[in-house]
Design a protein around this ligand. Structure first.
Ligand SMILES: Cc1ncc(C[n+]2csc(CCOP(=O)(O)OP(=O)(O)O)c2C)c(N)n1
Length: 658
């Protein structure tokens, strides 16, 4: 191995050596503990230390770094106290997740580390968001994110690199090419010579770096960090290295040819560097012994500290109270001055007033800038707020949701517009796995609102008509709003943006231009979890939301003999079950109407909850009405048959007569 010292002082050369020695020695200890059955799982980074350590040392302490599962050296180089790391791996309180997540699945703002989620790829888009916040604030900072070569096959990799390149984000994308993704060798993973070949396709610079040569890693990354701090842009780095142990310890390395192992063993990043430093007279056996003794002492004391800590205890209440960040709802009253506007205008106004309130609120979505979005909600916004804050995105829902996560990590709010709610499936993974779980896992909030133009009745067929709120209401960590009226849409959107938790905000396209209301002109908020009782009656309770509210009102209009309570839920998570129970206790009959197909929807859960909590008050079986269990059909006649309006009328009359 050839080492070039360049201008590095002796102190730095030794720092890099010690920097690699520490994670190696911790790992060696972990392997012993694993054999003793004292820890459950271990992903080894032995042989790859030069990458973690070199990259982390090249970054400044305030710059974010996003490691993966073999990057122990990132944590040690950032000075994370070892007892906290050990505590994390043992699921103890002193760890970073209160026993809620394992191994390296955590982040810490204190050390500017953002840990991975198991799905690997979303991490790359999160780095985009972090870098975007730095760039918007004109901070001259770099962000580094790691990935294995296996995860470069995920769509997230492509999306994140493309966005970073289009937006010139100062991100170092660090591929650790260690030969295998679990048991899959590189020739079964990708079909180009080097992974950096792909950079050209993204219009991005790239470098291949010997990942086992600490001086090469440190010097090159240092130089590149300086370059992208000065002139923001992403760079793709491919560190050539090798995975010297199994994917995780239990899985072994039988499938790896002996020859390869031998070849790479000779390239061990620590042994080689040690020899080099010795040759240069910078290091000797006595010094090595002293370093080793010092690190061993640190490991042992900290390990004991972690062992001495009692096992974590909690209660269901405590766990439930840690799924969402606490949000102190602040009520801004409606002003008296109103304007008769459409649903679509109310959303637009609400968004605009929040953009004025928060100058670090960013909107991202396809065609939302000068074009104004396909529903024209953001028309004219670029004139007022500029294209830095009203951002057109490439077609890459996953990377944009991940980037929104990154903005939140770096302290900015964002609203992501899905062009149609249907397309959220392409960004589903980061929503349900990253945004929804991040607060519970390590106390980081996801201050993101995802706007969801949804719903059928507009002749748009199976892929532009779905109302997919049930995909999200069942995922703890997300909030879901679904207003039916312009004034609710405006006030609830303002609250969604104030709320530091992730909110899915459903806007029915069929209501956009058909529903008008006198809407207060100024900024105001409405609380989540408060249903609206639109009509008071004694005969039965109708519970619904979204377009269902308008169908119910229309049909009740046709049947003046029925005196019904009509409850518009307005938000589905949190859900105002008390309003439902109160109404059922009064009327003793309940019908729930939803536009979504019936099975597994919110109506089923409300029915179950009423059954469990108000059974003695019921005088009739609860009725649920929803769409047919088919995709949403295109032709008008089919769509009308699909939607529940007619079936609702029949069920309503039956229930009334019961
Ligand atoms: C989306 C997803 N698919 C599959 C897995 C299972 N898995 C975990 S790590 C891994 C291999 C990753 O290989 P690579 O990215 O090269 O990283 P390495 O483990 O080699 O460091 C696989 C298949 C996963 N965690 N997430």
């Amino acid at each position: 191995m050839r080492y070039h010292i360049g201008g590095l002082p002796q102190e730095k050369l030794l720092d890099l050596y010690k920097g690699m020695l520490k994670p190696r020695m911790i790992e060696e200890k972990m392997l012993v503990l694993l054999r003793q059955g004292k820890i459950s799982k271990w992903f080894s980074g032995i042989g790859q230390e030069a990458i973690s350590v070199g990259v982390t040392q090249a970054l400044n302490a305030e710059e974010y770094i996003l490691p993966m599962h073999r990057n122990l050296g990132v944590f040690t180089s950032r000075g994370v106290p070892l007892h906290r790391l050990f505590g994390q791996w043992q699921g103890k309180k002193s760890g970073f997740t209160n026993g809620r997540d394992r191994s390296f699945h955590f982040g810490t703002q204190e050390y500017r580390i953002v840990g991975m989620i198991s799905h690997l790829g979303p991490q790359l888009g999160v780095a985009d968001g972090i870098a975007l916040a730095d760039m918007l604030r004109r901070k001259k900072r770099a962000t580094a994110v790691f990935t294995g070569e296996g995860a470069t096959s995920e769509g997230d990799f492509h999306e994140a690199l493309n966005v970073a390149s289009v937006w010139n984000l100062p991100v170092l994308f660090c591929i650790e090419n260690n030969g295998y993704g679990l048991s899959t060798p590189t020739n079964e993973q990708y079909n180009c010579k080097d992974l950096v070949d792909r950079a050209k396709g993204y219009g991005m610079e790239s470098r291949i770096i010997d990942g086992n040569n600490i001086l090469e890693v440190y010097s090159k990354v240092n130089e590149l960090c300086n370059a992208i701090r000065k002139r923001p842009r992403p760079i793709l780095l491919e560190f050539k290295t090798f995975r010297m142990r199994g994917h995780e310890e239990a899985s072994g390395t039988k499938y790896v040819p002996e020859k390869l192992m031998k070849k790479w063993a000779k390239k061990d990043p620590i042994a080689n560097y040690e020899d080099f430093l010795k040759e240069k007279g910078i290091l000797d056996d006595a010094k090595i012994e002293a370093y080793r003794a010092e690190i061993a002492e640190e490991i042992n004391t900290n390990l004991q500290k972690a062992y001495d800590e009692p096992s974590i205890e909690s209660t269901p209440t405590k766990e439930l109270n840690n799924v969402y960040q606490n949000f102190d709802y602040k009520h801004y009253k409606k002003n008296d001055n109103t304007e008769n506007i459409r649903f679509v205008d109310a959303v637009s106004q609400g968004l605009e007033q929040s953009m004025e309130k928060y100058n670090e609120l960013i909107i991202m979505g396809q065609d939302i800038a000068d074009y104004g979005g396909v529903f024209k909600i953001t028309e004219g916004f670029t004139k007022t707020f500029g294209k830095r804050r009203v951002r057109n995105t490439p077609i890459c829902e996953s990377a944009i949701v991940s980037a929104a996560m990154g903005l939140s990590i770096n302290g900015m709010k964002s609203v992501v517009e899905m062009q149609f709610a249907d397309f959220v499936s392409s960004g589903f993974n980061p929503i349900v796995n990253y945004l929804a779980k991040v607060y519970y896992r390590w106390g980081q909030n996801a201050d993101v609102v995802i706007r969801m133009p949804c719903g059928a009745g507009v002749g748009a067929g199976p892929f532009h008509s779905q109302t997919n709120e049930a995909w999200f209401t069942k995922t703890p960590g997300l909030k879901v709003a679904y207003p039916a009226f312009p004034s609710d849409a405006k006030g609830l959107l303002a609250t969604a943006i104030n709320d530091p938790n992730p909110v899915l905000f459903f806007e029915h396209k069929g209501l956009y231009r058909s529903i008008y209301e006198d809407v207060p002109t100024d900024y105001y908020t409405l609380p989540f979890g408060k249903a609206n009782v639109l009509r008071n009656g004694k005969d039965l309770s109708v519970v619904t939301y979204g377009a269902g509210v308008h169908w119910a009102l229309e049909i009740l209009e046709k049947h003046p003999e029925i005196n019904a309570d009509v409850i518009d839920l307005r938000t589905l998570q949190p859900l105002d079950v008390d309003a439902v129970y109160e109404s059922v206790k009064k009327t003793s009959k309940l019908i729930i109407l939803q536009e979504d197909t019936l099975f597994g929807g919110i109506a089923s859960d409300i029915a179950a909850m009423v059954m469990e909590n108000c059974f003695e008050f019921l005088d009739a079986p609860i009725r649920r009405v929803g769409s047919l269990e088919t995709p949403v059909p295109f032709a008008k006649a089919l769509e009308q048959e699909y939607l529940p309006k007619q079936r609702f009328e029949a069920a309503l009359l039956e229930l009334y007569a019961y």
